[in-house]
Design a protein around this ligand. Structure first.
Ligand code: MN
Ligand code: MN
Length: 305
């Protein structure tokens, strides 16, 4: 029984954890040995990792709501149309990973936990819709291994009249989380979160197949973002740079225009929500069929506490 909603408003003063579950499942798969299998020999390491992470997040952060967000399409057509190289060099999923996604969805449904995706779009975009839809006093923590989402970070107003969005970034594996608020983004990258898109466009992101502007590394990107209010102003002032950089910026005009269609998270796409009825009998059956009794028990205890 899927519910559809264009906007998701969390309750006033609610603290919501948005788990970038597609990203976390990958992280968990590579962090935990694939020798973790069920009785039939099927790997369940990623499922175990995500369930254990969720239980620990509840204990550590005591959120009001947790939402699991999935990629509906990890390489959306509009981004590929704007820049064909987007994620074009990603290797195929390793054996044993793909089939863990349906199992994880079944476990989440049996637990009655909400999961969401944006049809045709990435988890990043569904997270963008939810995070920007948060209202005054809401707190949203995005749990992800994808630094693209740093663009969504914003501090709440001190008087509680605005929403606050943080990123809990998986530094290594899925147990070591770095908390990014506005000050932390500035400290690490030298730019505020609302300029992170400009910074990322100039710098590029090899893991997404985005080379950035030739000759512009992290430091130059940061300096240019700090010096100009936006990338149009930077391009208009290309003549103020060294001749080599001026030429590279002029040559990158088309690339930068394409990146405006690729790098910003979409905050205006439709969401598909699924919130199933909790079913403890089904949960117990799944747990024993897939050797998940430990993590399922820990997460159930955390949810019920
Ligand atoms: Mn992503
Ligand atoms: Mn991303």
């Amino acid at each position: 029984m899927g519910q559809r909603a264009r906007r998701y408003r969390v309750g006033t003063m609610a603290h919501t954890l948005l788990l970038d579950t597609s990203s976390l499942t990958y992280r968990a798969f590579f962090a935990l040995p694939s020798s973790i299998t069920d009785g039939a020999g099927r790997p369940v390491n990623a499922v175990r990792g995500v369930l254990d992470m969720h239980a620990r997040l509840i204990v550590d952060h005591a959120p009001d709501t947790c939402v699991h967000v999935f990629d509906a399409d990890w390489r959306p057509d509009p981004r590929v149309a704007a820049y064909p190289g987007y994620k074009s060099q990603r290797p195929d999923d390793p054996e044993g990973l793909g089939e863990q996604f349906p199992l994880l969805r079944r476990v989440l449904d049996a637990l009655g936990l909400p999961r969401v995706e944006a049809p045709g779009w990435e988890a990043d975009d569904a997270i963008g819709v939810i995070a920007t839809g948060a209202g005054a006093g809401d707190r949203v923590d995005i749990v992800t291994g994808d630094r693209d989402l740093l663009q969504l970070v914003r501090d709440g107003d001190a008087d509680g009249s605005g929403p606050g969005v943080r990123v809990l970034y998986t530094v290594k594996g899925v147990s070591d989380l770095a908390v990014f608020d506005e000050a932390a983004v500035r400290a690490k990258y030298g730019v505020p979160p609302d300029r992170y898109v400009d910074f990322a466009i100039l710098r590029g992101d090899p893991s997404d197949g985005l080379p950035g502007v030739k000759g512009v590394g992290e430091k130059t990107a940061r300096d240019l973002v700090r010096r100009y209010p936006d990338l149009d102003a930077l391009l208009a002032a290309a003549g103020e740079q060294t001749p080599a950089l001026a030429r590279r910026l002029r040559e990158a005009g088309g690339y930068i225009a394409a990146m405006h269609q690729v790098v910003p998270v979409r905050c205006d796409v439709d969401l598909d929500w699924v919130t199933a009825e909790r079913d403890d009998a089904a949960l117990d059956a799944l747990a024993s069929a897939h050797s998940l009794e430990g993590p399922v028990g820990r997460l159930r205890d955390a949810l019920d506490a």
